[in-house]
Design a protein around this ligand. Structure first.
Ligand code: SF4
Length: 101
């Protein structure tokens, strides 16, 4: 299934093997995600689909497993992460700065 967010993936042109590494190499692989504009969508997809291998949205499979275990009642990570992102923008965006100033 094609997800439209994949068009904006920084790793789209990278070697897929770079994101499916083990051990210490995962930290370097995660750094690719730092500048990715679709990180939230990517992470939400991996969590909602229970993808259990590779780096997605800057998190390793182990980190995602731990997150899923901590929040077993979340039914849509996409909805949850999107709401969190909107709230963050509301608090830190230009309108929030104007209100604070
Ligand atoms: S967050 Fe990382 S794994 Fe996901 S699309 Fe972006 S670069 Fe690729």
């Amino acid at each position: 299934m094609h997800e439209d967010w994949t068009d904006g993936a920084v790793c789209r042109t990278a070697d897929p093997d770079e994101l499916f590494v083990q051990g210490a190499a995962q930290n370097q692989a995660k750094s690719v995600c730092g500048s990715c504009g679709v990180r939230t969508e990517c992470l939400a997809y991996a969590l909602d689909q229970r993808i259990d291998h590779g780096i997605w949205g800057g998190m390793t499979e182990r980190e995602r497993r731990a997150l899923l275990k901590r929040r077993p009642l979340v039914t849509s990570w996409r909805r949850l992460l999107e709401a969190a992102r909107q709230e963050h923008h509301r608090q830190t965006g230009p309108a929030a700065v104007r209100r604070a100033g």
